[in-house]
Design a protein around this ligand. Structure first.
Ligand SMILES: [Zn+2]
Ligand SMILES: [Zn+2]
Length: 261
């Protein structure tokens, strides 16, 4: 049995657990170690069962708890070379935690993890496709300004796709954010807008993906209902009924319901 547990999601911190019959990985550790351990205990998952941590990129909301978590559990950390250098040089990982550059399919905890590049204002950000030994596949892409070809290819054919649905365009334009920040968010190396996310989910649904999780929703420029409604509307336009797929928006500061595969 493969499960995806969104634990925390958004600019206040990101952390997701993927478990299968053979092992488990954490994707990002962007809240305190205490909060991660608390969330794992809430879902009755012993941290000792985690085999490694995949880090999408070096922004604080993805690595905040990494130093203490790796100190406590000495887990291997996987990311791009540039992100690993940043983590090591900045003391964001415990010195005894092995660091593995991941630039091709790599086995972690019995799962095959395939990284793909995401366009974001990071030193080298990644999304991950995880193929479990149960024969299931999960694609995770967060913090991306656009759905590029590598992202599309990374998510294609997954049983479950977890994709950023960061902001509603109108809400962002009307927000009190300074012009430069609006430009950064909506730029090609910023964050993904609801409509673009929804369009991509329609493409994935047409290719057979049936389970979707929206993540990294902006607190100021989005609402779960709006992001989900955007997906339902785009799916309906494409002739895909709500009964044909499952959809949820990952909660900001507590574990969301697990998605079982
Ligand atoms: Zn982020
Ligand atoms: Zn980021």
């Amino acid at each position: 049995m493969t499960n995806l547990y969104p634990l925390f999601s958004g600019s206040s911190g990101n952390c997701t657990l993927v478990s299968s019959s053979g092992g488990a990985v954490l994707v990002d550790a962007g809240v305190s170690c205490k909060a991660i351990v608390g969330a794992l205990s809430q879902i009755s998952f012993p941290p000792e069962r985690i085999n490694g941590i995949l880090v999408t990129h070096e922004h604080t909301d993805h690595i905040k708890g990494l130093a203490v978590f790796t100190k406590r559990f000495r887990l291997p950390v996987y990311s791009s070379r540039e992100v690993l250098e940043y983590l090591r040089d900045g003391g964001h990982v415990h010195p005894d935690s092995p660091l593995y550059e991941i630039d091709s399919p790599t086995e972690v905890g019995g799962m095959l993890v395939t990284p793909f590049d995401t366009p974001h204002d990071s030193v080298h950000s990644l999304g991950f496709r995880i193929d479990t030994e149960d024969g299931r596949s999960i694609g995770i892409a967060t913090d991306l300004g656009a759905v590029t070809e590598p992202v599309r290819a990374g998510l294609a054919g997954c049983d479950l796709a977890m994709l950023e649905s960061n902001y509603d365009s109108a809400m962002l334009q009307c927000s009190a954010y300074p012009y430069q920040l609006k430009r950064r968010i909506s730029g090609r190396r910023g964050h993904l807008e609801n409509e673009e996310c929804a369009r991509q989910l329609v493409e994935l649904a047409k290719e057979g993906t049936q389970r979707f999780v929206l993540c990294h929703l902006s607190r100021e420029n989005n609402m779960p209902e709006i992001a989900m409604q955007t997906v339902y509307a785009k799916m309906a336009e494409a002739g895909i009924g709500a009964a044909e797929f499952s959809l949820q928006a990952a909660r900001r500061s507590e574990p969301s319901p697990a998605v079982a595969l």
